[in-house]
Write a protein that binds this ligand. Structure first.
Ligand code: ADP
Ligand code: MG
Length: 463
């Protein structure tokens, strides 16, 4: 593609042969990290010139050929090999390799239970905000079905509920791999139920049986974010029976929610009572010490020591990000990303950190529904990076999430199609229009999709 891009540049911007051969031909694609394209260049001295004169034309041609609006950074080629190494997102490949190896080792039993191998008790930092929930979880992990049943964990977004639930499941499976452990989000539970009912209606009686088998035939069932199933009668009904079945058989149930049962208004009384049978434990926002400890843990786990992030920078992050651990981790990632985007030339200091935190510090009580927020939530919901949503990738999963983002931007904000297109990687308004129409039509006939969309809407706007 590179050749196509530079030829286009040459023709469309009327470059003379000599300019072309001197400035453009020697450029080489060095790396692509997220949305940044690194081009290597032969002399440091020519960077300024190329930037002034050709940056914009390059951007345009690249966007036209690839469909992606990359940020472009130039890297001088006449640096020594060792300097060169530091331009490279250092150690990244080895690191990725290591992660891959780790993943391979992950018990495939754990995979079958839908567990993230990173979420274990070992990686969970205990502080005043979560020590009760942590202790309760560990107790349940050690003696499933025997102590607190159900265990009901509740707390705000990004405070570690999912992490704790996975930790329990890993612990139980590590100790006894023959245990049947199933972790699902309430969305999966609901969508599978919808499917079973739908298929059942076509005369296939096995559909419902196999759904029930799947959920009842467990030693430990973990249902995450149960707040999303309340309000749906059929789901509550089925969940009620699942609950009773497991509970009567002495099997462990672990539930998480954003609120305690008493505050879940549309929860049926009989389910509420059952949720209160066992132990209810809350997780609140971490205090300063815990936030520091979590940052240090993250540095250790992700092997970020090599960046020598100064202490005052870590303190700065811990001071400013208070209410969401995912954002705490996110700001560390953002800091490292900024450092690398600047060719490792800017120091990691408070200034860089404040840049990294810019978007995060805004108080979220008056969180406005913006297209950016929607794209963020969709990305997180489907576990697809924002850069993929913006990219030209067309695989079904990404394309589907992208169209849902378009649809929600259109329905929840009054952003023009054109702007939505720009935010999603420079797509034109007809593409966006098509996406919106497609989802609008599908929602009518596809109950699973409509369930998924209503959950994402609740995530965007929880009131
Ligand atoms: P929730 O399910 O409550 O929204 P998660 O469990 O997904 O939150 O946590 C968000 C992120 O924060 C995850 O990456 C998780 O590993 C991390 N995290 C949360 N609590 C802790 C903790 N106590 N120690 C270490 N990491 C944590
Ligand atoms: Mg969660």
């Amino acid at each position: 593609k590179w050749e196509e891009i530079i030829q286009k540049l040459k023709v469309e911007y009327f470059l003379s042969n000599i300019s072309f051969e001197t400035w453009i031909r020697p450029l080489e694609v060095y790396d692509i990290v997220d949305d940044t394209l690194y081009l290597s260049i032969n002399f440091k001295a020519s960077i300024e010139h190329i930037q002034n004169k050709y940056l914009l034309p390059l951007k345009v041609c690249i966007a036209e050929v690839t469909g992606v609006e990359y940020d472009i950074k130039f890297i001088p080629k006449d640096v020594s090999q060792s300097e060169m190494e530091t331009y490279r997102p250092s150690g990244e490949t080895e690191y990725k390799e290591e992660i891959k190896q780790k993943h391979k080792k992950v018990n495939h039993i754990a995979e079958q239970a839908n567990l993230n191998s990173k979420y274990t008790f070992d990686t969970f930092v205990v502080g005043g905000n979560n020590n009760f929930a942590h202790a309760a979880s560990l107790a349940v992990a050690e003696s499933p079905g025997e102590v607190y049943n159900p265990l009901f964990l509740y707390g705000g977004v990004g405070l570690g509920k999912t992490h704790l639930m996975h930790s329990v499941a890993h612990y139980i499976l590590d100790k006894d791999p023959s245990k049947k452990v199933l972790y699902v989000t309430s969305e999966t539970f609901t969508n599978e139920l919808i499917d079973a009912i739908r298929i059942g209606k076509t005369g296939n009686e096995l559909a419902m049986t196999s759904f029930r088998d799947k959920y009842r035939n467990n030693d430990v069932l973990l249902i995450d974010d149960v707040q999303f199933i309340i309000g749906k009668e059929s789901t509550q009904e089925e969940f009620f029976h699942t609950f009773n079945h497991l509970h009567n058989a002495g099997k462990q149930i672990i539930i998480s929610s954003d609120k305690p049962p008493k505050d879940m208004e549309t929860l049926e009384a009989r389910l509420r009572t059952r949720f209160e049978w066992g132990l209810i434990a809350d997780i609140s926002a971490p205090d300063y010490e815990t936030r520091m400890a979590i940052l240090y843990k993250k540095i250790e786990i992700d092997q970020l020591e090599r960046y020598n992030i100064p202490n005052d920078v870590i303190q700065y992050i811990a001071t400013n990000i208070k209410s969401n651990i995912r954002e705490l981790e996110g700001s560390l990632n953002k800091l490292i990303a900024l450092y690398r985007i600047n060719n490792n030339q800017k120091e990691i200091d408070i200034t860089l950190a404040s840049e990294a935190l810019k978007d995060l510090i805004s108080p979220d009580e008056n969180r406005k529904v913006t297209p950016e927020l929607i794209i963020d939530v969709v990305s997180e919901h489907f576990n697809i990076p924002i850069s993929d949503l913006k990219s030209s990738k067309r695989n079904a999963e990404i394309a589907n999430a992208r169209q849902i983002a378009m649809y929600l931007c259109r329905k929840m904000t009054d952003t023009p199609l054109k702007t939505i297109g720009l935010l999603l990687g420079g797509r034109d308004h007809s593409t966006v229009n098509h996406g919106v129409d497609k989802v609008s039509n599908d929602v009518e006939n596809n109950e699973t999709l409509s369930n998924t969309i209503s959950i994402i809407k609740k995530k965007i706007n929880p009131v």
